[in-house]
Design a binder for this molecule. Structure first.
Ligand SMILES: O=C(O)[C@@H](O)C(=O)CO
Ligand SMILES: [Mg+2]
Length: 253
């Protein structure tokens, strides 16, 4: 059975960031994700996680915040220096936070030069941080127009081409649904490569409950594959965070 992590960029936003850790634990989450922790000092975030008793599971390489602008630089030709500087910053945060995974953001780019740049930057990053777990995540173009990595087959090809043991797939079921229309088949094809899962319902990216995605079927397959990682709850609450947490309490996701 998977363990659930609250994505504190999406959930408990009724509270200031440092108070979200305790709220997540009280609600039943054992781990947390923060997409872009860079607005706060890493020691403060680490203390908040420790005091709440939650594990820091996932953070992203910069962009520094969620307010728009660039979506990372790993696949952006000419952005190599910026990528390396940002990656080192992410690494410092991840070490201070004892964060399990770093999602390496590809950025907005397209074409063969972008793919080559992505592979080369990922090779550099994997060698630079051999003990860190690095992830890439296909993101659907409706939510993030122009983002380089919008295809699961391509993500796995890139992972194979990089060929580093510390690079894996971040399988976001919501993006899988938006991109392929069939989360279960996408999981059957690529689930073995997943080192981290995220969930949200469709349509609307709200709570992971009955809708277009068969979550009961999805979790049966996740368990059948022997997945032992975390599942990040990365959705926009339809009303308040608390009011939407029934799926976590009664296991109905
Ligand atoms: O799915 C998403 O949007 C996130 O996991 C993310 O990392 C966006 O930057
Ligand atoms: Mg995601």
């Amino acid at each position: 059975m998977a363990r659930f992590a609250a994505n504190l960029t999406f959930l408990f936003t009724e509270l200031p960031m440092l108070e979200r850790f305790g709220a997540a634990r009280r609600a039943g989450f054992e781990g947390v994700e923060v997409l872009f922790p860079y607005d706060l000092a890493a020691p403060e975030l680490a203390s908040a996680a420790q005091a709440a008793g939650v594990e820091f599971v996932l953070m992203n390489t910069p962009p520094p915040n969620w307010a728009g602008g660039p979506r990372g630089f790993a696949a952006v030709p000419g952005g190599e220096e910026r990528f390396r500087r940002d990656f080192d910053r992410a690494l410092r945060f991840a070490q201070a936070l004892r964060c399990r995974h770093i999602h390496v953001m590809a950025g907005r780019a397209e074409g063969e030069a972008a793919r080559q740049t992505f592979v080369e930057n990922l090779r550099w990053a994997c060698a630079r941080a051999p003990h860190a777990s690095l992830l890439v995540e296909p993101i659907n173009p409706g939510d993030m127009p122009g983002y380089f990595l919008a295809d699961f087959d391509q993500a796995v090809e890139v992972i194979d081409e990089v060929g580093a043991p510390n690079l894996g797939l971040q399988f976001d079921a919501y993006h899988a649904h938006q991109i392929t229309g069939d989360v279960l088949s996408c999981w059957d094809r690529h689930g073995a490569r997943a080192r981290h899962i995220q969930i949200a319902g469709a349509p609307g990216r709200h709570e992971p409950k009955a809708g277009e995605i068969d979550f009961a079927g999805f979790f049966r397959r996740v368990d059948a594959l022997g997945y032992r990682g975390w599942v990040g709850a990365e959705y926009m609450p339809a009303t308040t965070t608390e009011a939407g947490l029934r799926w976590l309490r009664d296991g109905s996701a």
